[in-house]
Each structure stands twice: as C-alpha cells, then as structure tokens.
Design a protein. Structure first.
Length: 227
C-alpha cells in the first residue's frame, strides 16, 4: 500500500455526522470519482450524500489520512485502496472491516491508541480525550475516532464500555476458532468461519472480534503462501 503523507497528520473525523453517515460520504466520493478515480469537489459529494459541505469536507480530510482518498482543499479523488474498499463494503461488511484494519494499522490514531492501551483497557471517553488532546473541535470528533478504530479492528469494546487494544500478538478474550483446512480467502455464499454476517452480528463483541481476527490470520497466511 502507498502510504499517504496525511496518515501522519493528527486530523480527526467530523463530529457532525455518525459513522454511518461518514461512511456514506466515503462511498459517494468513490462513486463520483469513478473507475478513473477522477478528482471531484466536496460540494459535489455533499449534494449526493445530502449532507452539509462542512461535514463532507471534514470527513474527506480524515479519509485522506486513512489513504482511501487523496487530495486537499475541497478536491479529492478515490485511491486504488479506497475504490477496492468501497466495492467490498457494499457486499460484505465483515471483509471490509478486515481490509480497513490493514489500511489503518499504521495510522497515527492507531499507534496512539495502542500506546495508551498498552497497560490495560480504558473508558472510551477517556481514550477519545487522549487522542483529541491538543486538537480543536467538538468532543464527538474524538469519540467518533475511537469508533473508527473499533470498526477497523484496532481496538474493541467490552460489555462495560471499556476499550481494549488488539494487536497481531494477542487476541481478545472470547471464542477461539481453529483455522479450517485448505482455507479460502473468498468465503462462499457470504460466510466467514462458517457463520453468515447475521450470525456474526449477534455474537458478543469480544467473540465477534475474535472471529474476525481468526479470519484476518487466515487471509495473511494465504497471502504469504502466494509470495
């Protein structure tokens, strides 16, 4: 993956829209950018998404730090990684979250969160305040940043609302599934580790993340075997 210079800038997601709406901004931007990854104006994205220009601009600035769009000053284009993520996100949210993990594991917020959580879990609000320290804006921006890290499998929340770090060396407590023999990187019929998306969503958070971590390990092993 080409590392975006913006990944090292401490930029927060917008505090004006939920993660669902922020994701829609991303998908609209990729749609308008098209297969040729044309540069589009944030005002065009705002019109398609049905959101304010400020909301869209703040969202796109944050997405630039994730490497899924490129650009600045209200003019952005989808990156190859962003276009691939959007295609998967429309079909399989589980696989999209695994892809997102690979994209943001080197993000400044991911690094800062792992450092902050190295000695144990903390409350989501405390982590958001730590990540937002020195940056201006609504406190919701820090909370949405924590939500993005959870969505990207950089961290997970337990039933008490505490945030735990996830790393390649450790897995969260919960369900531990053995890898299947002759694994395939493309789950058939929308199944992951023998479960459909709906069954995955019904799992407790720790178990859900553990299954996805196992799936990520499976993909890594398949990729390594191809090298």
């Amino acid at each position: 993956m080409t590392v975006s210079p913006g990944q090292f800038e401490r930029i927060l997601p917008t505090g004006r829209a939920s993660l669902r709406h922020q994701r829609e901004v991303f998908l609209c931007a990729v749609q308008l950018s098209g297969p040729d990854r044309l540069v589009v104006k944030s005002t065009q994205v705002a019109k398609l998404a049905g959101l304010s220009g400020d909301t869209v601009t703040e969202s796109l600035r944050f997405f630039e730090t994730m490497g899924i769009v490129s650009g600045a000053r209200g003019r952005y284009a989808a990156t190859a990684e962003g276009a691939a993520l959007a295609d998967v996100w429309l079909e399989d949210e589980t696989r999209a979250r695994v892809m997102l993990h690979h994209l943001v594991r080197g993000h400044w917020a991911a690094t800062a969160a792992r450092t902050a959580l190295a000695h144990g879990p903390v409350e989501a609000e405390a982590l958001s305040q730590h990540l937002q320290r020195g940056l201006t804006g609504n406190p919701r921006r820090g909370l949405y940043l924590v939500e993005w890290l959870v969505h990207a499998l950089v961290a997970y929340t337990d039933r008490h609302g505490r945030v735990h770090a996830l790393s390649s060396e450790t897995a969260p407590p919960g369900l531990s599934l053995p890898l299947q023999a002759a694994p395939s990187p493309e789950p058939a019929s929308g199944y992951v580790m023998g479960m459909c998306n709906e069954e995955l969503r019904l799992l407790p958070t720790a178990q859900y993340v553990s299954v996805l971590r196992s799936f990520k390990t499976m993909l890594d092993q398949v990729d390594a075997a191809r090298v």
